[in-house]
Design a protein around this ligand. Structure first.
Ligand code: KMH
Ligand code: ZN
Length: 279
């Protein structure tokens, strides 16, 4: 499994927006292109190397509009050096065709969830034919996937994907454990270790804990040799009764934790090298 020697530095991914929070409920959430770019610039300065992107339409609701996706990739490339990773998860209401078409925006990377998971009262659907088609298309499009693993069964699905369809574009397997989703694996150190031990040999991984599991998961990930994902997609509380001000403060905290662990934040160029993404 993926429990080798700890890497020298820590890859920090920021997931600034997500598809679950309404702008009306959280005015600090970046939803316009200008807000997203400003957040990305601030998060890069604070230590992020990858941005995991969900976009919103003019009505501030989640969209997979190809024009918005394309404009967003262009703007982030122009204003930052961050690895641009588009979500192919979208929202639980998005259809498979629209999710597959995300790759047409030609991002550096895409998220790729390997199985279905309960998602609060909803279900985040990732049936096998869709997962394998998305993987095949990422290989054809030259987009590096990040495997999103919400549950231990998703790790088994990852092995099946690699066994059946070969290596991802770029040749390196990188995963993200999304923990503490109501219906997925819990955000605990024990669950994290179980998942990491089951990962393919040579894989790198980050972890994120939803809501209150943010800090326990980040600390467990650092101690187990993993990387970090943080952001307002995953948590809106900085601490008890203290709402998150902005994404940058979550990245700053992650960078401080990484520094304390003597595995400082990785620059985007180093992240590209690790992930197999061309400059
Ligand atoms: N919004 C969730 C239903 C991803 O970005 O790939 C799916 C999600 C995973 O956030
Ligand atoms: Zn996402």
């Amino acid at each position: 499994g993926g429990t080798g020697r700890a890497p020298r530095a820590t890859l920090i991914t920021v997931a600034p927006t997500g598809a679950e929070t309404a702008k009306a409920d959280c005015p600090a959430l970046p939803v316009t292109l200008d807000e997203l770019v400003a957040t990305a610039v601030a998060c890069e300065a604070a230590g992020a190397a990858v941005v995991h992107v969900h976009v919103r339409g003019a009505d501030t609701r989640p969209t997979l509009d190809p024009v918005v996706l394309r404009d967003t990739v262009d703007a982030l490339r122009e204003r930052t050096s961050l690895v641009v990773q588009l979500s192919t998860g979208g929202s639980v209401r998005d259809g498979y065709d629209a999710r597959l078409a995300v790759l047409d925006a030609q991002p550096d990377a895409c998220s790729l969830t390997t199985g279905t998971v309960d998602f609060g009262d909803d279900v985040f659907l990732n049936p096998w034919p869709f997962v394998s088609e998305l993987y095949r298309r990422s290989q054809d499009a030259g987009v590096v996937p990040e495997f999103e693993l919400f549950d231990l069964g998703h790790v088994e699905r990852l092995h099946r994907l690699l066994d059946g369809h070969g290596a991802p574009h770029g040749g390196h397997v990188h995963c993200d454990l999304v923990m503490g989703v109501p219906g997925g694996m819990p955000g605990t150190a024990a669950a994290l270790v179980a998942a990491v031990q089951a990962l393919p040999q040579g894989a790198t991984w980050s972890a994120t804990g939803i809501g209150r599991t943010t800090l326990p998961v980040a600390l467990a990930a650092l101690s187990a040799g993993g990387h970090l994902r943080v952001g307002m997609e995953d948590t809106l509380s900085f601490g008890p009764r203290r709402p998150v001000r902005d994404n940058a403060e979550l990245v700053e905290r992650a960078a401080r934790l990484a520094e304390l662990a003597q595995r400082p934040a990785m620059a985007p160029a180093e992240a590209r090298g690790m992930l197999g993404i061309e400059d």
